[in-house]
Design a protein around this ligand. Structure first.
Ligand code: ARG
Length: 331
């Protein structure tokens, strides 16, 4: 049975390729309606490429132009001028890469006067059907919480928003200070820089009620000369689920905490240059690893672990202290 006009013209099948090589693009054996519905269902979890990942992004429409007008981390204190146009293109690149990987992308409307809003990872943390809203330590970013709270209320009725109690000194900066091991195990970073110990404890207690275990690790002040580069956990720690290993910049952690982490997975130590490239800020989707920094060593580590590394230049966001993971809130 010929199924396409090309096949009609040239005879039945033109190649010896196995029939279901490309189940989505190739004209499969399913009737049209069945194909349509399958498209939006995650019918093949392992290795399947349908939309089993949903993320939230925010276009950098009001991102910094030139030197950042406020400095809340040491990347910004270097006052390197940000090329606004280039930042837009780099973000677009990331966005389109996600599209190609069939990730479902939700967008939130950017707000003028909130240039850091594009770093959506910091808006909060989703635990099952709860959303714990962030409370930023930095005043410059505090208003973002209102915007994200409204967004979740309006668009995700299946999420119940939880707010941190109004205790003094209680801060939590969302997925930026979280590293996910699996659905039931998370690591939270706390310290003097962003998420506070009390914030981390609140998250741990809340998660416990949902039968999710959260292990706190203290984030030490670390970085190059007079530089505190690694202020969020996702800037210096990344778990690779396929190989159960961590990419880690060890000077950011206490010895005890390193031991705790070792029990979960083998540690692969990043040198300063790799860490400074925000290598730990990788986004992983199935067997793809999207990163703003790759060298031969990291590439090999990823490939050996079964990941296809995808490099995207995010230089302009780095000047504000963020990478691919920071630009992506993962549901
Ligand atoms: N300029 C932002 C800040 O300092 C960058 C946030 C980066 N996000 C992250 N998850 N590391 O808060």
């Amino acid at each position: 049975r010929a199924v396409s006009s090309v096949q009609k013209r040239f005879g039945f099948r033109q190649t010896n390729a196995p029939r279901l090589n490309f189940p989505i693009f190739g004209r499969g054996d399913w009737p049209r309606e069945a194909r349509k519905t399958r498209l939006f269902k995650n019918f093949n979890k392992e290795g399947g490429f349908f939309m089993d990942k949903k993320i939230l992004m925010c276009e950098p429409k009001y991102f910094f132009k030139g030197k950042p007008h406020y400095q809340i981390n040491d990347w910004m204190r270097e006052k390197q001028p940000i090329d606004y146009q280039l930042a837009g293109r780099q973000w677009q690149n990331l966005y389109e890469t996600y599209l190609c990987l069939r990730i479902k992308i939700n967008l939130i409307e950017p707000k003028i006067s909130l240039p850091d809003m594009c770093f959506t990872a910091n808006c909060g943390l989703n635990l099952k059907n709860f959303f714990i809203l962030s409370r930023f330590r930095k005043i410059e970013r505090r208003k973002e919480s209102f915007v994200f709270e409204k967004h979740f209320l309006k668009h995700y009725s299946d999420f119940k928003t939880i707010k941190l109690p109004k205790n003094e000194g209680m801060f939590f900066e969302g997925q930026g200070d979280i590293v996910k091991i699996d659905e039931k195990n998370l690591i939270i970073g706390y310290g003097k820089q962003r998420t506070s110990l009390t914030g981390a404890n609140f998250i741990r207690e809340t998660a416990e009620k949902l039968e999710i275990s959260v292990k706190p690790v203290e984030l030490l002040i670390s970085g190059g000369k007079n530089k505190k580069s690694f202020y969020h956990l996702d800037t210096c720690l990344r778990f690779l689920p396929k190989t159960k290993t961590f990419l880690i910049y060890s000077p950011s952690f206490k010895k005890d905490d390193l031991k705790k982490l070792e029990k979960i997975g083998e540690l692969i130590f990043l040198d300063y240059k790799e860490a400074e490239g925000l290598t730990a800020n990788i986004v992983i989707h199935q067997n793809f690893a999207i990163s703003g920094f790759l060298n031969d060593r990291i590439r090999k580590i990823l490939e050996k672990g079964g990941y296809n590394p995808i490099y995207i230049n995010l230089s302009e966001f780095k000047k504000a202290g963020g990478g691919a993971k920071c630009l992506t809130f993962e549901f």
